[in-house]
Each structure stands twice: as C-alpha cells, then as structure tokens.
Design a protein around this ligand. Structure first.
Ligand code: GLY
Length: 578
C-alpha cells in the first residue's frame, strides 16, 4: 500500500514538474515570426500610407477607407504611433507637417515644442560655464512643452474631411486599452532602456517588467488609453488643461522639471508658409524654421543643380565630392543663421538667394576637399539615433501629407508621466546649450538657436513634398537627426537624377557631411573602394557608420498609381494602401 502510494506520488510529482518545466519553457521561448506581415514596397491604385510601425500604417489606411482625407489619416496615424511606437511616436513631443492639397495649395504646420517660461540660456551650464551634458538629454529638465496634440487639433480644424475627431482617436485608444503585440525592435529598445526608465521614474510600468520583453509580447497601456480618451472627449484641452495637464505638472515637480500649467496653456502651434524651391522641372515644398530642414535642403539642391551628377555616376567620387561640399557649406550656414524665426531674424531669403548660393560654391575645387572652419568640433558620442518617426500619405483625391514627429532620443527624456502613461520629449537638447558645443547629433549652434523662454529649438526634420511638371510627384521624410536632410536630398536625387525606382532609391546606401566634424559619414556599402580612395586623395575623411536615417516615401507613378516605399534599415517600417 505504502509502495503503491509512493509510486503514485512519484508519478504525480514527475507529472507536475514536467508540466511546470514545459509551461516555463513555453513562456521563455521567443516567438520566431514577427507578429505582423511587414510590407516595405508596394504599388496601389489610389491611396498610400507609409509609417514607422505596421499597426499605425493600418490605422491610417482604415481612416482613408472610412472617407477621411490624407490629413485625417495622418492624425489617426500619429495618435496610433503614440501607442505602438512609444520610443518616437508621441503625444509628449512635437513635429512638423507639410500639406499639399490636390488643388496644389501648400501649407506647413509647426507644432514643435517650446522652451518653458522658466528656461534660461545657461540652464545646462555649471558654475564654470561648462555644459553638463546629460541635463538636456535625460530627466525632467530636458523636456520642452509638447506640441503634438495642439498640432493634431489644428490640422483637424483646418483640413479634416471626416470631421469626426473621436473617430481619429478611437483606433489609438483601442490599441492602448487592449494592448498590441510588440515587434522585435520595440522589445530590444524596451530592454535596452530598462535601467534608465527605472532611474527617472518611480513607477515605469507598463514599460518595465521583471522578465525581458520578447517580440510578440502584449503591451497594454491603460493610463495612456485614459489620456487619449480625455483628448478624444475634449480635444487639445484634454491634454493642455485639466487632469492631463495636472499629471504633467505633478511629474515635472517630482523631478525638478520646469513646465507649469501656464506653459501648457500658452503652447501655440504655428501655420507657416512652406519653403518652396525649384530643381530642374521639380518643385520642392518643404518645412521652414523652426526646422532647418527645408532651408538646408533647398540650399543644397540649388548648389548641386549646375553639376551633371548623373553623368558623373551614382556615388562616383566626383558626384560625392560635389554633394558633400554643398552639404559642408549648408551645415556651416545652419549653425550660424538658423533658429526659431519667431525669435531670431533668420535670413531665409538671403540664404536661398541664387547669387548667394552661387557665391557659396564659388570656391568649390573639383579636385580638393575644403577644410571646415576649426571653430570647435567638440566631442560627442557617435551614436546613430533614429528616434524620430515619419509618415507619408497620399489619398485618392491626390491630397498629400508629409509629417515628421519626435521625442528627440529614444523615449525622449525617459520621463513617463505618472498616471498619464506617455513619455515626455528631451527636445531641449536641440537648442545650442553653449555656442560651439555640439548637441547629441554633433550639431553646433550659436545665438540664433540659444535657449529663450517660449522659443522653439532648431530641428533637422524635413517633411517634404515634390511636384514634377506641376503635378504631385513624391512625398518623403525621415527620422535620423542631423542625417535627415541629406537622406531626403539623396533619396530625391536617386529618383530624379539616377532614375531609380522608389524602393531602390530609399534603400540605396547613403553618405553625409555636416561641416563639423569634418568628415563624410558613409554607410558600409556606400561608395565603392576605388571611389573612396579618390575621395581620401582629395582630402576628405571618410568615417563608416552602421546606418543613416529611415526614409518613408510615396511616389506617383506615370500611370497615376502610387508606389509606397519604407526603409529596409528599419524592420518595422510598413507601406500599405489600396
Ligand atoms: N530632435 C531631432 C530634430 O528635431 O532634428
């Protein structure tokens, strides 16, 4: 009897241990297939959305199917990105939107963050006048007053066809409340930043949990769902006033941040005239300050136009030399003259003046690299950061929208609004903390981009729309910090000059010069060995980096169909349409 019982008990224990091991193993096994089908290049008949996360692209497509126009679709996509792409999609950050309606009317919306009223020019300097590097990059003091929700409301009021604000918020609320399966890249980022989330937050749930995140795990964001519901119910007031505003200010006070209820109430978007320039038979419509992107892109195009770069050959030393020398000069101008034009008299007309641009290239030597001014190249981490996100949309009427939005670095300041469920930006690092001292992206600024209360920090975001022979031709933009502008430039040139299909143009390896540091950054497969040697012989310094900027683009093909192309550098980029 005893033996029998003992045998049974052993069998039973074995069964339970075996079951527990199996369950544990099943829980630990990483799913091998991505949770979504990701399409990076597709041609469709009438509508196209290209965004940085497949679920967000699908939300945009769904709004287009419901009869929304491109602006409706981009608003819904932006809110969805705030849920499914928390490292860059946001309600705690800001961005820029370029619109071209089917009748050709173009507009630009600036919903960039503003410095809080208590911000001061020297707020990131210690008593010896040295920049305390981390202060503008992580933690509460790095946060600018967010602009995204005000931006979305302004775009809705001016351009919505659906005229149903709640319908645009509904998909994001559902994704936040019910959860969604995270991608591998999101799992990797959440694991990588766990310590920082814990450092800057008393409670970093739901982004921090005991076990590491895996692809396919469900991320549920109840607090964020409630915040989005308040925005759905009250519009921008559901963010800048009432409970959400209270939560943001409480968070600021918890960590020594500057943003007050007044700052939130006083936040203002700006509708601006886009920068419009011509390159051969193309018209380029792009973003004015407070982004430097549009001015810089237009300057580069005009400087490059006189050179037959197509005859020189794609990424021949001759072509790279011309483009890099234009980039060098333009980034030097950026550092001195570009800033928020509401605070500083940015000489936009002079910078885009043809005589000035010709003069700027007058000392171009076809055989020799110039030398960047040695003002100060400083030291900065060579980190390739892409923690901004871009969406390009064309609807069935031919309306087009190009939107780039950001928290700045991954998950912004890493500060999560307790009870609000969203990350706050660290956009203050895009100001020049001190003349000549580079920011995270190695960009140097001066007076034009010095910190002032209410001012917008200079950006490189370059949401762009291109016409060819008067008709909509291309919609493009990218995340990628300082490399955004040169990535947009090269993608456009790849199509316009090198006649590449859009997906090849987006995928093609890139290079980048930003004046300081005085080097051409090159992706590993950019510029073949022989051409690299010629560039070294001309006096260029080449520095290899893993990757640069993540373009999302739409092209109108000659038969009127739309080609959507996402960037293979980002496994989550997804193009979808119908
Ligand atoms: N935060 C990066 C940019 O705006 O350029």
């Amino acid at each position: 009897m005893y033996n029998k019982y003992c045998t049974k008990s052993k069998q039973s224990s074995f069964f339970w241990i075996f079951s527990i091991v199996l369950i544990f193993a099943a829980c630990r096994t990483k799913p091998t297939a991505p949770p979504y089908t990701i399409v990076q290049s597709v041609v469709e008949d009438s509508c196209m959305v290209v965004a940085g996360q497949p679920l967000a692209s699908k939300v945009g497509v769904e709004i287009l199917r419901q009869g929304g126009n491109a602006v409706d679709a981009v608003i819904a996509t932006q809110f969805a990105l705030a849920v499914v792409h928390p490292r860059a999609g946001n309600i705690g950050g800001g961005g820029f939107m370029v619109v071209r309606m089917a009748d050709g009317a173009a507009d630009a919306l600036d919903y960039r963050e503003q410095a809080p009223a208590a911000a001061r020019r020297d707020m990131y300097l210690d008593s010896t006048g040295t920049v305390v590097e981390q202060l503008s990059k992580v933690g509460h003091l790095a946060v600018g007053v967010p602009g995204t929700v005000a931006g979305m409301e302004a775009a809705f009021n001016k351009y919505s066809q659906l005229k149903d604000w709640k319908a645009l918020l509904a998909p994001a609320i559902k994704l936040a409340a019910e959860g969604y399966k995270i991608t591998q890249s999101e799992a990797d980022r959440l694991n990588k930043f766990k310590e920082q989330f814990e450092k800057y937050n008393e409670n970093a749930a739901p982004f921090v949990r005991k076990q590491p995140w895996n692809m396919g795990d469900l991320l549920v964001q109840k607090d964020l769902a409630r915040t989005l519901t308040r925005i759905s119910d009250r519009g921008a007031k559901g963010f800048y006033e009432g409970e959400t505003a209270g939560l943001i200010v409480a968070e600021m006070q918890r960590g020594g941040g500057l943003i007050t209820l007044e700052d939130l109430k006083n936040y203002r978007i700006k509708w601006r005239a886009p920068i419009v320039s011509n390159y051969k038979n193309y018209k380029v419509i792009t973003m004015p300050p407070s982004s430097s992107g549009g001015v810089a892109l237009s300057q580069m195009l005009e400087m490059i136009e006189p050179f037959p770069i197509a005859d020189y050959g794609f990424q021949s030393a001759k072509a790279v030399h011309v483009i890099a020398e234009a980039e060098r000069r333009v980034y030097a101008d950026r550092s001195k003259y570009l800033g928020d034009s509401d605070f500083y008299p940015v000489p936009i007309d002079s910078l885009l003046d043809s005589t000035y641009l010709a003069m700027r290239m007058a000392d171009f030597d076809p055989a020799k690299a110039a030398v960047s001014d040695s003002l100060s190249s400083g030291n900065f981490k060579r980190v390739e950061s892409f923690e901004t996100t871009h969406t390009s949309i064309v609807d069935s009427e031919g309306n087009a929208v190009s939107v780039t939005t950001t928290l700045n670095l991954n998950y912004g300041s890493k500060v999560l609004v307790e009870g609000g469920g969203f990350f706050l930006n660290d956009e203050m690092d895009d100001f020049s903390a001190k003349p000549g001292v580079p920011n995270f992206f190695g960009l140097i600024g001066a007076e034009a981009n010095a910190i002032e209360p209410g001012k917008r920090m200079l950006s490189s975001m370059t949401p762009t729309i291109v016409e060819k022979d008067g008709k909509l031709f291309m919609v493009l933009g990218a995340p990628g910090g300082s490399t955004i502008i040169t990535a947009v430039l090269q993608t456009f040139l790849n199509v316009a000059e090198y006649k590449m299909p859009l997906d090849k143009a987006v995928a093609a390896p890139r290079f980048h010069h930003q004046w300081l540091p005085d080097e051409i950054k090159v992706e590993p497969t950019a510029i073949d060995t022989l051409e690299r040697k010629k560039l070294w012989d001309m006096g260029h310094h080449l520095h290899e980096v893993k990757r640069m900027a993540l373009i999302k683009a739409v092209q109108v093909l000659p038969d009127g169909k739309l080609h959507g192309a996402a960037d293979p550098r980002n496994p989550d980029d997804h193009a979808e349409g119908f």
